[in-house]
Design a protein around this ligand. Structure first.
Ligand code: GLP
Length: 243
């Protein structure tokens, strides 16, 4: 089952998730974080930057693994998830130069790159805490509806809904949104020891309502988390309005 914590505002969500990350980093060295992009974790990342600036928290002894990455953008493009995470976090929270890993979507052999990424995560000892957003269609990472609960890191095609949702990052031009990505699979994500799922805003309320009431189904990829022993959904009031 999923533990639910509701906050009045997005900033409330951000500081609660930052609290959890801070507590983990204070009790453990070499913490491995799974890092989502999109708008959901932005308040958390902002709060971590604030706490790094005032000396409360530092990720200098932590590592991060990207949850997913677009295929087809040039290396260094500002909307690659690597660029987003370097901009939002990176040295602004104390990560070392090589502390952030992502799937090599520029490799000639993508299937091989996916396998190597799984190996990198395993070599790091697995993910301690995975930060996740949820798509309006219930996707996590880029595991779109229909994804197998046992799926591993792989190339996946984005749905039209997801491309439309993400067009705002590409000048509202759907044609500019990549059609494919590499995503950690639902099976990969499920191996993280702790999962923090963030949902804010009305556009998530339908997916959240289904997640909290319906049985697990591949139609709602986030429902794969129902089988996980340690998941908390951090929601703002708008995201649970219809529950
Ligand atoms: C995107 C990303 C996910 C993200 C989710 C929600 O397409 N691939 O990593 O968690 O969908 O996005 P947002 O937080 O912007 O609503």
């Amino acid at each position: 089952s999923i533990d639910l914590r509701i906050f009045p505002t997005i900033d409330g969500v951000g500081s609660a998730v930052a609290d959890e990350i801070q507590e983990l980093i204070q009790v453990r060295d070499n913490v491995v974080l799974g890092l989502a992009t999109g708008s959901s974790p932005l308040a958390t990342y902002r709060e971590l930057r604030r706490r790094f600036t005032d000396g409360t928290v530092s990720l200098e002894r932590a590592r991060g693994f990207l949850l997913d990455e677009y295929v087809g953008l040039p290396r260094g493009h500002r909307e690659t998830y690597r660029a987003v995470i370097e901009r939002e976090l990176g040295n602004r929270v104390g990560f070392g130069v090589n502390a952030i890993a992502g799937p090599d979507v520029w490799a000639p052999d993508l299937a091989d790159a996916c396998e190597r990424y799984e190996e990198q995560i395993a070599t790091a000892g697995g993910i301690d805490l995975q930060i996740l957003g949820i798509g309006s269609n219930g996707h996590i990472g880029f595991n779109e509806p229909g994804s197998d609960f046992a799926s591993r890191t792989r190339v996946s095609r984005l749905t039209d809904q997801t491309r439309a949702d993400n067009a705002r990052f590409f000048g509202d031009d759907i044609a500019a949104v990549p059609t494919h990505c590499v995503t950690q699979g639902l099976g990969t994500i499920g191996e993280a020891r702790r999962i923090v799922l963030i949902a804010t805003g009305h556009s998530k309320s339908h997916a959240v309502a289904r997640l909290l009431t319906d049985p697990a189904t591949p139609d709602l990829p986030a429902s794969a988390l129902l089988n996980h022993p340690s998941v908390t959904l951090f929601a703002d009031a708008a995201a649970v309005a219809t529950v």
